[in-house]
Design a protein around this ligand. Structure first.
Ligand SMILES: [Zn+2]
Length: 602
């Protein structure tokens, strides 16, 4: 409209737009606190235009309760004056000084808490990987549903583009059904402060957001695969949840204990044993207590596992969460080791400075989290196995931190070795060491940074170097340029391209084609699909550096996968290896359901 164009109506813009909003959140969950009450934190959240919900360009909170069939109005967190150049965010936020009970019963606070932690989790991935990350579904916004159902569950459902968070009405009383009580909670627009809400658990929110982010980065990890693949989804989600708490130094300090007048704590409170007992090392305290009916028990306490090199055949590690806990143990054990080392360096006369102790923990946690996240780009797009993760961790970290002064890589390698997992060098081929020279004739370096056809041409010209068998269908699915910044300011620009190969046929057909023995119980008319593929990393000049490959002709792996799918009933009606037989979007719902064994949740 003409009138709004007049000069006096154009507001003055701030010289530099603000990068973050400070938001109040529950630091761990409502059960973790001290004498002052629930532990809170004020954390920076990426600044964005926040419409009611809140709704940003990546997330939208929708407060619909399917149990009670109630839709609560969207929370309005800003004044909504977008023209002012600061998105209308006012600090401190209105929740900053309110009582615990007021926060726990206010749906607007629940919405802010969930939004803030989900947005921070996405930001950890984007800043570490160095590019925008797309969701695994078509569309830009992920729905966050804070009170989706009266159920001890929370899960990412890709088909509805949402993370659904359940809540547990305060212990169902004798004679009342959980459902009827849920209804009363939702009808008044004030929530029951005594219920357990998964949307108030930092760890549950960070865990579920990680599932969604990883689905965007490696969409084929949700396809029927080897058991390590769903376990990686769960393990990484726990690792991100646990390590991201360390970025809140006030939280780390308060969980480490009370300092004396000089701001110091006794060394005996930060021994290896004490650190591992700390809430910093355990997951989802309140939800765990509610499910296990025992105060102070976390949902998962992976650091207590006993390493064994026979885990692969141990039934204890068959279920994805339990299997994923192996990775969590490895990273937490590495964290404890590095942290202890750093604490030893600053211990004087039997005590350490509380602030320094927290800072050292945060530095180690941040570095390890960065290593884990950066490694994802170096993973193959299909057929994931644990040694792939170790190999990707070591190679990607060496790119960004060439001199590993603090010994992170050795520590991580050592922790994997306790489970007998070796990152064999043959997992990721360093193409600069190959006897064959890559062929770049008629290739455009610029196009190699973004064009799937150009990358396919590179593959086509270099089949021998890459050891790719062209008899099988080849499809380059993604080409993604990235710019990573290492802890010492080293900038590494790369392009990551992923291709897959697959072959489909009847059991007899596959036996003839590649000598694969499909398990006998599979009917002869079944459509069986086997997969392979790889990730090629190009440097800033378009030269191919690394190739992480899962060969489609690896018969040992293919047979293991098919037997695993058959044994666990993960097949479609007349197919094997194509779908896992679960209804769309229900994979995590079923996986995350709280049943007899509370360890098998989220
Ligand atoms: Zn999960």
């Amino acid at each position: 409209m003409a009138s709004s164009d007049s000069p006096e109506q154009v507001p003055a813009r701030a010289s530099s737009p603000r990068r973050t909003f400070a938001m109040t959140i529950v630091a761990q969950d409502p059960s973790v606190g001290n004498a002052q009450g629930m532990l809170r934190a004020t954390v920076p959240v990426p600044a964005d235009r926040l419409e009611p919900g809140p709704r940003s360009h990546r997330f939208q909170v929708i407060d619909y309760d399917a149990t009670a069939r109630i839709l609560l109005p969207p929370a309005r967190l800003t004044a909504g004056n977008w023209q002012s150049g600061d998105w209308g965010w006012v600090e401190p936020d209105p929740f900053c000084n309110r009582s615990d009970a007021a926060l726990l019963s206010d749906p607007a606070f629940h919405a802010q808490n969930m939004y803030a932690i989900a947005a921070r989790t996405l930001a950890v991935f984007e800043s570490t990987i160095g590019r925008r990350l797309n969701w695994g579904f078509l569309g830009h916004e992920l729905y966050l549903v804070p009170h989706a159902m009266a159920e001890a569950n929370a899960y990412y459902a890709d088909d509805v583009r949402a993370i659904l968070f359940g809540y547990m009405p305060d212990r169902p009383r004798r004679g009342t059904r959980a459902g009827s009580r849920a209804l009363r909670i939702a009808r008044s627009e004030r929530l029951d402060p005594d219920a357990v809400y998964t949307c108030l658990s930092h760890d549950v929110i960070a865990h579920e957001t990680t599932h969604a982010v990883l689905d965007g980065l490696r969409p084929r990890f949700l396809m029927p695969g080897l058991p390590d693949q769903p376990a990686f989804h769960e393990g990484l989600a726990d690792i991100v949840a646990l390590l991201s708490v360390f970025s809140m130094s006030e939280v780390v300090q308060s969980l480490l204990g009370q300092a004396d007048l000089e701001g110091r704590i006794a060394e005996r409170t930060v021994t290896d044993q004490e650190l591992k007992r700390n809430a910093l090392f355990t997951l989802a305290e309140q939800v765990g207590s509610a499910l296990k009916d025992e105060r102070g028990s976390a949902l998962r306490d992976s650091i207590r596992l006993r390493p064994s090199i026979r885990w692969a055949s141990d039934p204890q590690y068959r279920e994805p969460h339990s299997r994923g806990e192996i990775l969590v143990w490895i990273i937490l054990e590495s964290l404890a080791g590095i942290w202890r080392q750093r604490l030893a360096d600053i211990t004087v006369g039997g005590s350490v400075s509380l602030a320094r102790a927290a800072e050292e923990g945060a530095t180690a946690a941040q570095h390890l989290l960065g290593m884990c996240v950066r490694a994802i780009d170096y993973l193959p797009p299909v057929e994931f196995e644990f040694p792939d993760f170790l190999a990707a961790l070591l190679v990607s970290d060496a790119e960004i931190v060439p001199d590993d002064k603090h010994g992170y890589r050795d520590t991580v390698r050592g922790a994997f070795a306790r489970w007998g997992i070796q990152g064999a060098d043959d997992h990721i081929a360093d193409l600069s060491l190959s006897a064959l020279t890559p062929v770049y004739r008629n290739l455009s370096y610029t196009a190699l940074r973004s064009d799937t056809d150009e990358v396919f041409r590179f593959i086509w010209e270099n089949l021998e170097l890459l050891q790719i068998d062209p008899r099988f269908y080849i499809h380059v699915e993604h080409v993604r340029p990235t710019v990573r910044v290492g802890p010492d300011g080293i900038v590494v620009a790369e392009t990551v391209a992923e291709y897959i190969q697959f072959l489909e046929g009847t059991p007899a057909g596959l036996s003839r084609a590649i000598g694969l023995r499909v398990p006998e119980e599979v009917p002869s008319g079944t459509r069986v699909r086997v997969l392979g593929g790889g990730t090629i990393v190009f440097d800033q000049f378009g030269r191919a550096k690394y190739h992480h490959r899962k060969d489609i002709r690896d018969i040992r792996r293919q047979q293991q996968r098919l037997s695993y799918l058959v044994r666990n009933g993960l097949s479609g009606d007349d197919s094997l290896g194509v779908s896992d037989g679960m209804p769309a979007g229900q994979r995590f719902a079923i996986l995350h359901q709280a049943d007899a064994d509370p360890r098998e949740t989220w």
